[in-house]
Design a protein around this ligand. Sequence first.
Ligand code: GLV
Ligand code: MN
Ligand code: MN
Length: 418
Amino acid sequence: MPETAAAGLRIDIERLSARLAALSEIGGIAGTEGCARLALTDEDRAGRDLVVAWMRDLGMDVVVDGIGNVVATLAGRADGPPVMCGSHIDTVGSGGRYDGNLGVLAGLEVIETVRAAGLTPERPLAVGVFTNEEGARFQPDMLGSLVYVGGMALEEALDIEDSDGAVVGAELDRIGYAGAAPLPGFVPHAFVELHIEQGPVLEAGGTTIGVVESVQGISWQELTISGQSNHAGTTPIAMRRDPGLVAARIMAFARDLADRFGQPQVATVGSVEFLPNLVNVVPSLAAITVDLRNTDEAILQKAEAEFATFVAEAAEAEGCTVETRSLARFEPVRFDADVIGLVEATAASLGLSSRRMPSGAGHDAQMFARVCPTAMIFTPSQNGLSHNPAEYTSPSDLEAGANVLLQVMMSLSSEESR
Ligand code: GLV
Ligand code: MN
Ligand code: MN
């Protein structure tokens, strides 16, 4: 294909925005622009069905693998591994319409743009939808892409349970997305993910494109603290074994730790449950989750160690016991220097401002970085908001990001083999 034909291509932002809006109606949260489409729920199934229908309408070959990842391919002039983009369409329970969905639907927009121009890419182009990226329902996060790249055995992944005891394998069967495509999946020529930044950096700097160089390490743990349930009025303070108090101390410690370590260390207690959770009963049990992240693996390990020491001391001081379970643990990831450079050069060639940056959030691309040259493109998030129905990126920023994705994919499609 002549370079000039591809270089002049531009995506259609109306079409992309219409697909984002249509998908966000599935599991839409009333009164907001956001949605709740937890992995492998009926809403996830309906969202998948819509996206797969669009893929088929675009003449793509669609396959589903054993963990429910959907990969759609547009044939190229040459056989061989496709240039792949993609992301996820599951959301957290209080999600926006852009997180993940943008990467998938911009991928479809790339395909539609190429087809509408009557062009055939040199290498095939593929768009992936990866199962349970959020990790909000099943842990770990990035589950589908992790299994795709061979980072977890399918059997192990299928046995994972959510907090209500529902199992990944059964839920995949139930929604009709337990497919037969082989795992680990084929290794793409390269992988590129367009995603909203989900943080404040691009907006604050008035920058349109984030050239993502790395993803910070993630450590998720669940702590189950056990004590003695008793009467709130009659039990003297000195006689209590209160797991709620231990949980509260741990929560405060997590913030203090992040303050002490400074950016980029972050620490979040995002879920707290007490048993029996009643006004006049000292709880018998407190279950909390902790999310620690850092771009530096050594510092993340130090944070984990200090945290573990504090948890043990706080529990012992209150006569409580603690069980700790790791829910997810991924080391920081660096992306491919050539693909990073291509994203940066492409943004410049389109007249878009850009800056190199790490990702604070986890992404499917970090799994693909294990097997093929990979990088990411970020677009700004208004007020830095994400995992929130108010998540918003302007149409002009979406358009810019999708045009960078289009040009990067076309360049990777026609480059000489590495
Ligand atoms: C996934 O979205 C994460 O970074 O929590
Ligand atoms: Mn995401
Ligand atoms: Mn997310």
